[in-house]
Write a protein that binds this ligand. Structure first.
Ligand code: C5P
Length: 409
């Protein structure tokens, strides 16, 4: 295993998103990644060299022709001291320079001179992002092997809406951690190596009698995709699954259950763990009496009525644990109306750290389908993501959960 300390060279370009780079520095350091910062001249219009170097705990490099810096460390040497060069925000200008191979300031020179992989987080106005020149440059950079994170779609500082927002710092950190997980020679593990993740998935079946049961339309696809994504990040994964017809992702420990009560017991048996994700569509109710014999028609036309009783709420139980509450407890909220408001209520009632909410109304096609549109509902904020495949949602969610876990650890 490579025990060298991790270090990135962070180039902060001149965009309003530069303020997010300060948070990125903080997150990186918390994750044990040292940051050598370069602040472009335009970047220094948005954040001060003092705050950048203060957070990095290191000198900030600002100008190619600063003779003192040149004497201490040449720009060629600077471009190679890190494992990875990260440009965030990567402005349209910086991207154009990279694509054209221009080197007329410290940032562009470092990007040209480096022999290390480069990860960029583009940030610009939506029209600038969509401009054919930018798209040409992006295609060139992708061909050159440059790694990307974002841009995200959403409201922009300029009042417009669309793609161009810089990735959130937690997502950039996740991309950096992915790099360390999979690209550094001698480091065959990921950001969740040594961490245990417990995931519930699928429906529960609540028996009415020996042949009938109450169920729902959950396919288990989202939970299984999460398990696969957690394995990819190096985690040990226990997947507590209701009855589904899905292949078990390699490396996952599968615990098959039928009822909510069995699911709760199985989750309890997997504690302590680091991250618990409650993705299962647990039946809220079961029959009060579970008939030992098959219920029969007696020919009289009388219809039996089912008396229901409440099932244990697994998420709520684990969220409120005093001992062995996992440091990160994530719930899902399948709603057919008032998606966000209901998710916020659940976050509180179930003492979750985050709720992933989605619309499962019939029109949405989410239940049983292969795509999902999710909203991340936290204590103070809501983040809505575009429609994606359940696999893409799972990868993005697991990256986010890993970053959150590390931030809180
Ligand atoms: O069904 P509900 O919308 O309340 O589900 C919200 C969250 O609570 C989901 O994460 C679900 O897995 C979890 N839950 C649970 N046990 C229940 C009901 C829901 O763990 N009995």
């Amino acid at each position: 295993m490579n025990t060298e300390p991790k270090r990135i060279l962070l180039i902060i370009g001149g965009g309003i998103a530069a303020y997010k780079s300060l948070e990125l520095i903080r997150l990186c350091r918390k994750a044990g990644i040292a940051v050598t910062p370069i602040l472009t001249r335009a970047g220094a219009e948005f954040v001060t060299p003092m705050s950048v170097s203060g957070l990095a705990g290191e000198e900030v490099y600002t100008d190619l022709f600063d003779l003192t810096d040149e004497a201490e460390m040449g720009h060629i040497q600077l471009s190679r001291i890190a494992d990875l060069v990260v440009a965030a925000p990567a402005t349209a200008d910086l991207i154009a320079k990279m694509a054209a191979g221009l080197a007329n300031d410290l940032a562009s020179t470092a990007l040209m001179a480096t022999d290390k992989p480069v990860l960029i987080a583009p940030a610009m106005n939506v029209r600038m992002w969509q401009h054919p020149a930018t798209q040409r440059n992006i295609a060139t950079l992708k061909q050159d092997g440059v790694l990307f994170t974002g841009p995200d779609e959403g409201d922009m500082a300029c009042g417009e809406y669309g793609p161009g927002r810089m990735s959130e710092p937690a997502d950039i950190l996740a991309a950096i951690m992915r790099f360390y997980g999979s690209h550094l020679p001698g480091v065959p593990h990921g950001p969740l190596t040594g961490r245990k993740v417990v995931i519930t998935a699928g429906p529960t079946h609540e028996p009415i009698d020996p042949v009938r049961y109450i169920a729902n339309r959950s396919s288990g696809k989202q939970g299984y995709a999460l398990a696969e994504a957690a394995i990819a990040l190096g985690a040990e994964v226990a997947l507590v699954s209701g009855p589904v017809h899905l292949p078990v992702p390699p490396g996952v420990e599968l615990i098959q259950v039928e009822t909510a009560r069995e699911m709760l017991a199985a989750v309890g048996g997997e504690l302590p763990c680091d991250i618990a994700i409650f993705c299962a569509a647990v039946a809220d109710w079961r029959t009060a009496a579970d008939a030992k014999q098959k219920m029969k028609k007696d020919g009289s036309g009388k219809v039996p009525s089912l008396e229901l009783t409440e099932n244990p709420d697994i998420l709520k139980t684990i969220g409120h644990l005093k001992k062995h509450r996992p440091p990160l407890v994530i719930g899902f909220a399948a709603e057919t109306e008032n998606v966000i408001v209901n998710a916020q209520k659940k976050l509180k009632a179930k003492a979750a750290d985050l709720i992933v909410a989605n619309d499962v109304s019939h029109e949405s096609g989410v239940m049983g389908g292969s795509q999902n549109t999710v909203h991340l509902v936290g204590k103070d904020d809501v983040e809505s993501w575009d429609k994606m495949s359940k696999q893409a949602v799972a990868r993005k969610l697991m990256d986010r959960f890993a970053a959150l876990y590390i931030e809180r650890a």
